[in-house]
Design a protein around this ligand. Structure first.
Ligand SMILES: [Zn+2]
Length: 99
């Protein structure tokens, strides 16, 4: 697996570090534009984590207060991308081919 060290979004760079995270798979710090990812997790879990963190980043950049939805529900909802992709490899491939 190739580890990324940055995510580009809206002409900005979010730094990505792979580091042990206490009691979490990853955390995004909006003030630092820093994403810390726990390196020891299964590929499937990492996929879910990445999608989840992307959602945090999207909300941050678009000034959406995630607290109104709540972390638990955000996690449950964002993971559904992976559930759908997992059950629809053709859809996943199509989306990958689109950009
Ligand atoms: Zn979260």
């Amino acid at each position: 697996m190739r580890k990324i060290n940055q995510i580009k979004y809206r002409n900005k760079k979010i730094k990505v570090v792979w580091q042990h995270c206490v009691d979490c798979y990853a955390k995004y710090e909006p003030s630092k534009k820093l994403l810390t990812i726990h390196p020891e997790q299964s590929n499937l879990n990492l996929a879910k984590t990445l999608i989840h963190e992307l959602f945090h980043i999207i909300c941050d950049f678009n000034n959406i207060d995630i607290n109104k939805i709540g972390e638990e529900r955000t996690a449950k909802l964002t993971e559904q991308y992976i559930v759908i992709f997992k059950n629809n490899p053709h859809l996943k491939r199509l989306i990958n081919e689109l950009y």
